[in-house]
Write a protein that binds this ligand. Structure first.
Ligand SMILES: C[S@@+](CC[C@H](N)C(=O)[O-])C[C@H]1O[C@@H](n2cnc3c(N)ncnc32)[C@H](O)[C@@H]1O
Length: 385
């Protein structure tokens, strides 16, 4: 009797794959074709079904959405290592993917490499355009006052370096009243000092390669431009430090050193107990009048005003990527500032608490000015143990 196929083994995984094949992110034909072919191959016994079963066995905690997301990214990574990454953008038909996946699956060392990548890698896209949400919040609330900022889970460390070097954002379809976001992201944020923290060093070559391979196929043509952008940031930034640390297990971060902490697209990847640890650490890094800017696939918890709920499956929701504000002054109530159409941040509309934040001047904004004007804060210096 033949071994059960992937279809029989994990119906949820197949459902996720099937949904993505019908509605791939951004209606990308490259992703749609890939998922269709994987689905087809996995429904019969063979190396695809075996590989996926083996990945699930070796990585039992992986979510179905994450595994589906890793399928194109790991193939892209292998192509990048062969100096042929841009070619993947042309794989728009099932025939292209049948040829590509056969190439991978029917050569055992290559198949093994793919399986190991699926077992060991996690999606780590960094997109500068995403910084527009925290940037708009900070530009509004600090309005030119010098500000020190920590970016936790900074990925490529684009946000703070880009802020320092005044890198511009792409044009946004701005549905907020008076297009306030467009106005705010063209203002200057006066970055006094920045601190990016991540468990991976953004300037490490391997880390950089994986970050580039994590781009959507439709973005692959932009990679030469992204590489130049990264070089500009790395060479030009002077006021942004980087600390390599696992924010969940690392417990000696200094207290009360920054005005703003940004948590962008990191919490949804963590387990609930890890989210609690990270949020507690983020708050303790803040000065008493500091603010926490969270941006993620998240929603306010209707049962608890101080809690956000995170869910990676909301990445498929039209406006499921959101920017939140929270601070001690409001007893850490989570206010929803902005809603973005997807994690690429090209379309924005007002969040539920937009008026509260952007129209009625929050009291802590005035207090901040009084507190910060003309005063030098202690320098933001962190040394690894
Ligand atoms: C999806 S990327 C987001 C990058 C960037 N903040 C953005 O929004 O574009 C998530 C980042 O969080 C980092 N990360 C995840 N868990 C972490 C942990 N426990 N400690 C430190 N960094 C972590 C990953 O290495 C990755 O760079």
């Amino acid at each position: 009797m033949p071994a059960p196929s992937t279809l029989e083994i994990d119906r949820n995984f197949v459902d996720t794959l099937s949904d993505q094949a019908k509605n791939p992110p951004g209606n990308d034909p490259v992703l749609g074709s890939l998922y269709t072919v994987v689905l087809d191959m996995a429904s019969n016994e063979g190396p695809m079904a075996e590989t996926l079963r083996s990945v699930k066995r070796r990585r039992p905690d992986i979510t179905n959405t994450h595994l589906v997301n890793l399928l194109p990214r790991t193939i892209q990574y292998m192509r990048l290592k062969e100096h042929d990454l841009l070619n993947v953008a042309t794989f728009t038909t099932p025939e292209h993917w049948e040829a590509e996946l056969s190439r991978v699956l029917y050569d055992e060392p290559t198949r093994q490499t793919w399986e190991n990548l699926l077992v060991n890698k996690s999606t780590t896209t960094t997109v500068y355009q995403r910084s527009a949400g925290p940037y708009a919040l900070i530009a509004y609330l600090y309005d030119g006052v010098p500000v020190s900022i920590a970016d936790l889970g900074c990925g490529g460390n684009y946000t703070l370096r880009g802020m320092e070097l005044r890198e511009s954002f792409k044009a946004i379809t701005d549905e907020t009243p008076n297009q306030i976001v467009t106005r705010l992201i063209s203002q200057r944020v006066n970055l006094r000092r920045g601190l990016g923290i991540d468990k991976e060093n953004p300037d490490d070559r391997e880390v950089r390669d994986w970050r580039l391979a994590c781009r959507y196929p439709e973005e692959l043509r932009e990679i030469p431009e992204i590489v130049r952008f990264e070089e500009r940031l790395r060479e030009g930034s002077r006021r942004v430090q980087f600390l390599q640390a696992d924010l969940v297990s690392f417990d000696w971060l200094p207290r009360r050193i920054v005005d703003v902490v940004i948590l962008s697209t990191i919490l949804y990847q963590l387990k609930p107990e890890e989210q609690v640890i990270l949020l507690t650490r983020a708050k303790s890094l803040l000065k008493p009048d500091g603010i926490l800017a969270v941006q993620d696939f998240a929603a306010k918890d209707p049962q608890s005003p101080t809690t956000l709920r995170f869910d990676e499956t909301w990445s498929g929701l039209k406006f499921g990527y959101r920017t939140f504000l929270s601070c001690r002054e409001t007893d850490w109530t989570c206010q929803e500032a902005l809603q973005w159409m997807g994690g690429r941040c090209n379309v924005v509309r007002a969040g539920e608490d937009f008026d509260e934040i952007f129209i009625k001047t929050p009291p802590y904004s005035k207090a901040l000015r009084k507190h910060s004007n003309g005063k030098e804060h202690a320098p933001l210096i962190i040394a690894a143990a």
